[in-house]
Design a protein. Sequence first.
Length: 238
Amino acid sequence: MNLLAFDTSTETLSVALQRAPTGRECSAAQWQHTAPGAAQTSTQLIPAIEALMATAGLAYSQLDAIVFGRGPGSFTGLRSTCAVAQGLAYGAQIKVLPVDTLLAVAEQARSEHASAAKHWRVCALLDARMDELYACRYVFNSGLWLQDGPCALFSPEDLVFGECHALAGNVFDGYGKRLASGALPRWHALPSASALLRLAPARLAAGAALDPAQALPLYVRDQVALTSAERAAQVARP
């Protein structure tokens, strides 16, 4: 399939494009672009996409779907991602495929560290700022991912990891000492666009593609900043 994927839910902007085999090619071709995101997302995402599309020689109407990381993550990044996915899909009259960013973290870690495992459990973690983490447990079984419980917001000390084989995410520098994870391996991983491409075929086959109007973010937290009282309480914390 021809698939465009991107994620801007963290401080990193990630874009990837897959083109189906043409002519004598035996496998799909892929192109990737990674750059700083955050405040630069709104100005860099579309030019990065257009550059990959031009390199691949594809028109948007030739895409089978646009795959995007729907969250949780940076509020600004998620809004940018959804707006771009929706606009491009509307213009090309194609479907969108939303994917949870924590699932993309789990897939990225599996690809890098446990690619040979047929059964694997991981807890995916992303920094939610405000002294909290986004967390979700996943099980990889015979080539398919299953979610083990809801995606939720936690204080680092409140996380329970159950039967996980590893932790994966971007939280260990800031919160590592506060995680009661024992000897579980800790792997840095981000929700990359290449992970979205690997996840897409099974999700498309399961009928998860949506109309462009449904390119909506997944917000796990409603509050975007601490109140004055909450900031004061953090400063006063021993």
